[in-house]
Write a protein that binds this ligand. Structure first.
Ligand code: ZN
Length: 395
């Protein structure tokens, strides 16, 4: 794929390392990540019913650092980040507030975008909404049915996991664990219309106050997983280089996406699965249901958004971490320290710092080491501006 001279010339400018290593969830090890010049990337985005919390921000800023290093390596990155605006929690919140679900979604989506911009996330290639994909979803379900991987029962269409023996090979969870997680995460395992408790909904009837679309299988709405499969196919094609999201999406969401996508197209869906760890507070994963959330928009009324970004990237994307009250103070002073050394004594390229920071990122996106390297350099009077910029920190 890197055969033509024009592409090679991209790789020869400013590059000191062609080999990036990243952990692959499905392969369960750190592997070489060497995509084509154009990287096709899909990250599961938000369900826009509430403000962005630090856990969301950690996920998307981790992919932003990856995107920045890939661009630095000479790649063009096409990152799609969907908006799940057809989903149970959104309908529930709209019902509670007495507003139209799309009005609620539009407002929260704008709030999320403004948080991402403040944290200096690069624009992504597209942010398609699930509500824009109903015709794509209908066609997609038709493909899955035609190829014999789905059945109709009780007004719904289900994916038949028995027909897909590889089911479970993204998460590597046992059948018992999969059933337990499906039960916990809205998989409706006791639904009497299913042949197997792990079968999942592709299409189902809507409640009376929910949106509903006509199909040949009956009126209703799509299941959650099918939205991402249909959008990935529409926006990026059959096979994508890297699929991401929070680690709570490994099962059932990504397992189900993979099964239905490969059932529909007969092709490999994802070459590399990358998941970002959860952020916790008071000993539990930050979640709406527990209410232990730190919201980005609130935090940035009190702190420099670049200090918030530093507070995220000082953690490794695969390590769960806990919010602590010293996080912002620590990173405010780090930001001040970096600023003091932005352009002292030449450039980072001359000192070798930039090379070291690039190597850290190429080693399974080791941003904590990159941050530490910049900390040390800034204290030793070495310029850090270019290295900070590679991490998306404007100083
Ligand atoms: Zn998704």
């Amino acid at each position: 794929p890197r055969c033509c001279p024009k592409e090679w010339s991209q790789y020869e400018t400013g590059l000191n390392n062609l080999s990036m290593k990243l952990f692959d969830t499905a392969k369960q090890q750190v592997v070489e990540f060497a995509p084509n010049p154009t990287v096709l990337m899909y990250t599961c985005g938000i369900t826009p019913y509430d403000a962005t919390h630090l856990g969301h921000a950690f996920t998307f800023i981790s992919y932003d650092v990856l995107q920045r290093r890939l661009i630095d390596l000479g790649h063009q990155v096409k990152c799609v980040r969907n908006v799940t605006d057809v989903d149970d929690p959104l309908f529930a919140k709209a019902r509670e507030l007495g507003v139209h679900y799309l009005d609620l979604a539009a407002g929260e989506e704008a709030r999320f975008e403004s948080d991402m911009t403040a944290l200096n996330a690069l624009p992504v290639h597209s942010t398609p909404r699930a509500s824009s994909a109903i015709p794509d979803i209908r066609g997609f379900i038709g493909m899955v049915i035609d190829r014999g991987f789905a059945y109709e029962s009780g007004g719904s269409v289900y994916f038949d996991v028995e027909k897909f023996p590889q089911f479970g090979s993204v998460s590597h969870y046992s059948r018992e664990t999969m059933i337990a997680l499906a039960r916990e995460r809205g998989g409706n395992v006791d639904d009497p219309h299913k042949r197997n408790p792990l079968d999942f909904v592709l299409w189902h009837p809507s409640a009376s106050d929910e949106p509903s679309w006509d199909t040949m299988w009956g009126a209703g709405r799509p299941g959650w997983h099918i939205e991402c499969s249909a959008l990935a196919l529409r926006e990026l094609g059959t096979t994508i280089d890297l699929h991401g999201g929070g680690s709570d999406l490994i099962f059932p969401h990504h397992e189900c996406e993979r099964a239905q996508s490969e059932a529909a197209t007969g092709q490999q869906f994802v070459k590399h699965w990358m998941h970002v760890a959860m952020v916790s507070m008071n000993g539990h994963k930050m979640s709406k249901s527990r209410g232990n959330l730190v919201f980005v928009d609130k935090l940035r009324t009190q702190h420099d958004p670049m200090a918030i970004r530093l507070g995220l990237i000082e953690h490794h994307y695969r390590t769960e971490w806990e919010w602590d009250d010293g996080l912002m103070a620590r990173n405010e002073s780090r930001l001040a320290q970096w600023k003091s050394a932005a352009h002292v004594g030449g450039s980072d390229g001359d000192s070798g710092l930039l090379t070291e920071v690039r190597s850290a990122l190429d080693n399974d996106l080791d941003s904590p080491t990159a941050v530490q390297l910049i900390d040390d350099a800034s204290k030793n009077g070495v310029a850090v501006g270019d290295s900070a910029r590679l991490l998306g920190v404007v100083i």
